[in-house]
Design a protein around this ligand. Structure first.
Ligand SMILES: Nc1nc2c(ncn2[C@@H]2O[C@H](COP(=O)(O)OP(=O)(O)O)[C@@H](O)[C@H]2O)c(=O)[nH]1
Ligand SMILES: [Mg+2]
Length: 441
């Protein structure tokens, strides 16, 4: 996510932290680099200008220059300003006093509305809600069909009337939700390739008729400033409540993410981070700022674990990672969970200091299967205490798992390296990727 920007900022910060003493020139030089990095990420120039100005104002103060760790202080100022830029606090979607809560999605064609309808349904179900999705994109039969498929993937009911009148469909859907005790309605609407009056008018009519509690504008996070212009148009015509940034898993540069809040005044509430139904994250400005600035996002990592593993296990895992008391039993559990949690690569990126360099790591997921087989062939005692794995035990494990002794040895080496690395996380902000142990080849 936003790797290029992160890399640029990380190297600027590394330099900043390195200075024992800071001069105004050092700061000015760093701010120039930050400015350039933001502009290249396609952040709106006015937003960049204001951002740099407010960092500068705080960074040149006497307190910073005279402090013991001036570079670190500037980094903190940048971080705090970025949190502000991204919206300060986490914003939830509204819930109706009397159900159903009506959530209406809008945005250009291809921005990810239909996919997000399913993701939001999954997200709300995990929170104990009973959502229903509604097909109000009525111009192509394929659009209705797509929502039906997504609804079944998400495991939620889909209300559709084929290619009818979207206002009527929406209001019929409310009656249907009441009848079936669905507490939330997620309305998928039609988009166009560009903003046009006809689309806006239709959306306004739907809005007027059903009075949604929450209108979410869905924006393609890859599009940079274009998304911001579209968002302004939608904000003016329709006045939405929050933004969803999709496709943040890809090569999104960050332009949209960093500009949209400040240009529209509307908070970002969710991100789409993949094509699968559980590739949805709530948007937390502070965590996002940490990720962008290369400080990692351990909190999201652990939460992601929590949503698939049960809470108690996640807590144990968190403690174990912190204390570097991680045994092969945990490792096996992890491998099995990783399959459910998404790609190994996306998870590793959330670990501090790893984001930028992950490309250089050789993460071959197919070999996870072999690793799993090897660990599965060990006894519980061996997993808890890998030190006892002598030659004959390794031989037994290799034949039991259909692998070679070398494979077992290699896995053990990797595991030892990983433990070492976890110990380093305890105290340090970042680490070098050269010692990346996850190349299960
Ligand atoms: N990588 C990625 N692809 C996404 C994401 N959200 C949607 N897509 C893809 O973007 C395309 C358009 O999505 P769709 O939901 O049909 O957009 P709509 O026209 O706004 O309804 C589809 O191919 C989706 O699979 C996301 O968060 N990440
Ligand atoms: Mg659609």
């Amino acid at each position: 996510m936003l790797e290029e920007l992160t890399q640029r900022l990380e190297s600027t910060f590394k330099r900043l932290r390195g200075y024992g003493k800071l001069s105004e020139e050092n700061i000015a030089e760093s701010l120039k680099e930050i400015r350039r990095a933001l502009l290249e990420a396609d952040v709106n120039y006015k937003v960049v200008k204001n951002f740099i100005a407010s960092v500068q104002e705080k960074a040149v103060g006497e307190d910073v220059l005279k402090s013991v760790t001036p570079g670190q202080m500037v980094v903190k100022i940048v971080h705090d300003e970025m949190v502000k830029l991204l919206g300060n606090s986490t914003m939830q979607i509204k819930t109706a006093g009397i159900p159903p809560t009506i959530v209406m999605l809008c945005g250009l064609q291809g921005s990810g509305k239909t996919t997000f309808a399913g993701k939001l349904a999954v997200f709300l179900q995990k929170a104990g809600r009973k959502p229903m999705v509604v097909a109000a994109d009525v111009y192509r039969p394929a659009a209705v069909q797509q929502l039906k498929i997504i609804g079944s993937k998400a495991g939620v009911p889909v209300y559709e009337e084929g290619l009818g009148d979207p206002e009527k469909i929406a209001s019929n859907a409310i009656a249907e939700a009441r009848k079936n005790l669905n507490d939330t309605i997620i309305l998928d609407t039609a988009g166009r390739l560009h903003v046009d009056q006809q689309m806006m008018n239709e959306l306004k009519r739907i809005k007027g008729r059903i009075r949604p509690h929450e209108i979410l504008f869905v924006a393609d996070g890859m599009t940079g400033q274009d998304a911001v212009n579209t968002a302004s148009d939608f904000a003016q015509s329709l006045d939405f409540d929050g933004v969803v940034l999709t496709k943040m898993d890809g090569d999104a540069r960050g332009g949209a993410a960093l500009s949209i809040r400040s240009v529209t005044g509307k908070p970002i509430k969710f991100m789409g981070v993949g094509e699968k139904m559980d590739d949805i994250e709530q948007f937390h400005p502070d965590r996002m700022a940490s990720r962008i600035l290369g400080m990692g996002d351990v909190v999201t990592f652990v939460e992601k674990a929590k949503s698939t593993i049960d809470t108690e296990n996640a807590k144990k895992l968190e403690d174990k990672i912190k204390k570097a008391e991680f045994d092969l039993e945990d490792f096996l559990g992890q491998l099995q969970q990783i399959k459910k949690m998404g790609s190994l690569e996306s998870l590793l990126k959330m670990i501090p200091g790893m984001g930028g360099q992950i490309k250089n790591a050789n993460v071959d997921e197919s070999n996870l299967v072999r690793t799993e087989a090897i660990i599965s062939s060990m006894t519980k005692q061996e997993r808890r205490n890998p030190k006892i794995l002598n030659g004959s035990r390794r031989k037994r494990i290799a034949s039991g798992s259909g692998t070679r002794v070398q494979d077992v040895n290699q896995l053990m080496n990797q595991f030892q390296q990983m433990k070492k690395m976890m110990k380093q996380f305890k105290g340090k902000k970042g680490m070098s990727m050269n010692r990346m142990p996850f190349n299960f080849s």
